[in-house]
Design a protein around this ligand. Structure first.
Ligand code: IYR
Length: 224
């Protein structure tokens, strides 16, 4: 690679905090995120498009393999399209719940109270579908791979969920299975693969969540 091809480097913008401020920030961010819950019960109250744009812009700050940002977020507000997605998702999910789900899977999701009925896909004002790009178009016109696209999109999804929670809205990571129908319904190209469906909105007034307990630190971390 010659100098003309390489990226310019800039000084890192970095602000160092005092130890006390670091602890305060660490603990308040943990409290904020520890209060996040996934609910399937959404209000129909509208949400401004600008807020969804901010969440997608935040997600798009995620680190990604070779900085290819291999994601497309399709944000759907159109009621007719949301209904079509719900109909198609429920057809697949009914088969999954009734026929395809092995017992070992059913036993761990049974406490979550989920079923094939996907009300959230029509009640939430927005449904955001995250597509993972497995290929990219090179400058020479040929297709090349993307790198670590699963990891990159997983990180982007985490930032999206955090941004939505931080702005006072709620989302649900819904994974209709299989989800090939989303590429057809949303007219996405063959190298894009639907990965997550995230309804976004306010929780309904009667929203409930399963009574879950998160694993304590000792069960999720080892310090050496
Ligand atoms: N995809 C289905 C089933 C489902 C799977 C898991 I793993 C969950 O944690 C919850 C549900 C659905 O979205 O209902």
């Amino acid at each position: 690679m010659n100098d003309e091809d390489s990226q310019p480097f800039l000084p890192l913008q970095y602000e160092k905090f005092s130890k006390d401020i670091m602890k305060e920030k660490a603990s308040s961010f943990f409290s904020l995120m520890d209060n996040r819950r996934t609910t399937r019960h959404f209000s129909e109250e509208p949400v401004e498009r600008e807020l969804i744009e901010f969440a997608i812009k935040t997600a798009s700050t995620a680190p990604s393999g070779a900085h290819l940002q291999p994601w497309t977020f399709v944000a759907i507000n159109d009621q007719k399209l949301k209904s079509k997605i719900r109909d198609a998702a429920e057809i697949e999910e009914k088969k999954t719940y009734d026929e395809r789900m092995p017992e070992a899977w059913a036993e761990v999701i049974q406490p979550l109270g989920t079923d094939y009925v996907k009300t959230h896909l029509t009640s939430a004002p927005w449904v955001v579908v995250l597509f993972r790009q497995s290929k990219r178009l090179r400058i020479n016109g040929e297709w090349g791979p993307t790198y670590y696209s699963m990891e990159s999109c997983g990180i982007a999804a985490g930032l999206f969920i955090s941004a939505i929670h931080n702005m006072g809205l709620t989302t649900l990571t819904h994974t209709p299975s299989p989800m090939g129908f989303l590429r057809d319904l949303l007219d996405r190209p063959a190298h894009e693969h639907a990965m997550l469906v995230m309804p976004v909105g306010y929780p309904s007034e009667d929203a409930t969540v399963p009574d879950l307990i998160r694993k304590p630190l000792e069960d999720v971390a080892i310090f050496i």
